[in-house]
Ligand binder design. Structure first.
Ligand code: HEM
Length: 315
């Protein structure tokens, strides 16, 4: 962890084998705030228990709050600087929609059973004080591929970089140091159109080789490739990164094939700039080719407090 006393939640973990993504809305009841605060106070202990019982399960769970929920639950507290209701991004051809969400859980584990168990414990604790909004069960596919057949997650900060540097708030918003902005989007893919595209065209869409994940050279890679539009730098030329843990999901008999996008960032403006490049283009019109085959049906911003702040929120 980057900052002693502000231990981050598990915001830099790999995507993992299985994941459950749950979005809840808060119900207006006299018990709502107390129940949520109770969960905040107990959250680390609940995770500790599962890890202790299943040490080999690679279990983790992060918990986040939407902007409205934060103000309603903790009216006396300041808000993290960049926590706001996600403002829709509307380009000429594509839209990053904004959809509601008050509480968010990202549960990861080697087996779905352990994810389910934790989800059911949370749900039991919140019963009567929340409404379900969305739940997606994601799985690891082949060698970590998105459902469109390309390895997803390669360029995440790792090996030679400290992922906390990108995923976690630092001194710039010191009251929230160790926290992270979670942005999620549920995408549906037009697999008929995608599969009709020759593999070389698919590779130009992603910017990498399909078979072995090798990156296309600068000459081969078009300006509207996904990994060209999302590769961004600050004014000094330093790479701006986020930590992604996307998962495929599917309902094959319904023809539903999707990617649950999840990005953790210490500055939401970084994620937002990537989205603007994808949906509007920089220059405008140079939109992400991947969006011709992918539609965002949700889009919500949450804030994941450090474990230390989470405990304080429970008081
Ligand atoms: C790279 C898939 C949405 C940000 C990639 C790669 C794949 C991929 C296959 C190449 C391998 C890698 O480096 O991970 C998808 C799919 C999406 C999606 C299927 C949903 C339809 C997004 C969104 C963002 C994003 C919404 C940002 C808000 C990035 C970044 C990279 C990347 C930063 C690395 C770029 C680089 O090489 O520097 N994505 N992605 N992706 N994606 Fe996505």
């Amino acid at each position: 962890p980057a900052i002693a006393g502000n231990i981050p939640q598990d915001v830099t973990e790999r995507a993992g084998e299985n994941a459950v993504f749950i979005v809840y809305g808060l119900k207006e009841t006299p018990r709502t705030a107390d129940r949520i605060k109770d969960l905040c106070a107990n959250f680390s202990a609940m995770i500790r228990s599962i890890r202790n019982r299943f040490p080999d399960m690679q279990f983790s769970c992060t918990m986040g709050f939407g902007a409205d929920a934060w103000s309603r639950l903790f009216p006396e507290r300041p808000k993290p600087r960049e926590l706001e209701t996600f403002q829709e991004i509307k380009g000429a051809r594509h839209t990053a929609v904004s959809t509601p969400g008050d509480l968010f859980f990202h549960i990861r584990g080697r087996q779905m059973g352990v994810c389910f168990e934790f989800a059911s414990i949370i749900d039991e604790k919140l019963k009567g004080t929340v409404d379900p909004i969305d739940e997606v069960h994601g799985f690891r596919y082949q060698d970590g591929k998105a459902i469109i057949g390309f390895v997803d997650g390669t360029e995440n900060p790792a090996v030679d970089e400290n992922p906390y540097e990108f995923a976690v708030i630092g001194d710039e918003d010191s009251g929230f140091a160790g926290g992270s902005y979670i942005f999620v989007q549920k995408y549906l893919h037009d697999m008929n159109a995608w599969n009709a595209l020759p593999v070389e065209e698919q590779e130009k869409t992603i910017g990498r080789k399909k078979f072995n994940d090798v990156e296309l050279s600068d000459e081969e890679k078009p300006a509207n490739a996904h990994n060209a539009v999302t590769n961004i730098q600050d004014s000094a030329g330093n790479d701006l990164k986020i930590v992604r843990a996307n998962m495929p999901f599917a309902n094959t008999s319904k023809g539903e094939y999707g990617t649950y996008f999840i990005g953790y960032a210490g500055t939401f403006s970084t994620t937002r700039r990537m989205l603007e490049n994808m949906f509007v283009g920089d220059p405008a019109g140079n939109t992400d080719r991947l969006l011709d085959f992918s539609t965002a049906v949700t889009g919500t911003l949450f804030f994941a407090p450090s474990y230390d702040l989470l405990e304080t929120l429970g008081e």
